[in-house]
Design a protein around this ligand. Structure first.
Ligand SMILES: O=P(O)(O)OC[C@H]1O[C@H](OP(=O)(O)OP(=O)(O)O)[C@H](O)[C@@H]1O
Ligand code: HPA
Length: 186
């Protein structure tokens, strides 16, 4: 399946499942070395992470734990916006945490996830994200340790990523294209 149409948008194949798996195997090798004696906790940020988390964890062969969270933001007191992680379900005090994300785009979600984890007194935080859009980042992060693929400013779906709640189930990653532009160029 090369091109797909979802509601009003057109998508074409961008990264196929084999490429994704090759990259995940390499990330797994590095995690196994770096965290060998650290008994890390992998925290998947739902919903988008579920495919990446599942495949990544199959490449992690060291003792570890995992949990899935949802990020809930609300307006707090004078400090402004506060983010809460729903579903942590375990004590993370002094634990080495690896946040697992499907994509870091503007970085807004990641900032809030990191802030919420810092309030739980973890020992360390690093980030593994399958995709990152460097040109869209609004923040500088010093703890994004693993990036599967850096991509341009383009909307992508599949392998956990959605458009209007659809396409998360697709095996490959697809990027949006404008069919009218292609027609004009032909
Ligand atoms: O860097 P950002 O601009 O914050 O974008 C990245 C976030 O957006 C998506 O989550 P979303 O809130 O859409 O929820 P979902 O995972 O349920 O799709 C994605 O899963 C990341 O968490
Ligand atoms: O490109 C994207 N696709 C799907 N979800 C997203 N959330 C942030 N960026 C994206």
């Amino acid at each position: 399946m090369k091109n797909i149409v979802i509601d009003d948008l057109h998508f074409e194949l961008m990264i196929d499942y084999d490429q994704i798996q090759k990259r995940i195997r390499l990330i797994g090798i590095d995690i196994n070395l770096r965290y060998e004696h650290k008994h890390p906790v992998f925290i998947g940020v739902l919903n988008g992470c579920f495919m990446f988390m599942a495949d990544l964890m199959k490449q992690v062969h060291i003792p570890c734990e995992m949990s899935f969270v949802k990020l809930a933001s609300y307006s707090g007191t004078e400090q402004g916006k506060v983010s809460e992680l729903l579903g942590v379900g375990m004590d993370l005090t002094d634990r080495h945490v690896v946040i697992v994300e499907d994509i870091v785009d503007t970085g807004n979600s990641l900032v809030h996830t990191i802030e919420a984890l810092e309030r739980l007194n973890v020992a360390s935080i690093s980030v593994a994200t399958l995709l990152m859009k460097p040109s869209c980042l609004l923040y500088t992060f010093d703890n994004i340790m693993y990036v599967g693929f850096e991509i341009e400013k383009e909307f992508v779906v599949g392998y956990g990523l959605d458009y209007n709640g659809q396409c998360r189930n697709l095996q490959h990653i697809y990027k949006q294209f404008d069919p009218q532009l292609i027609e004009k160029n032909n």
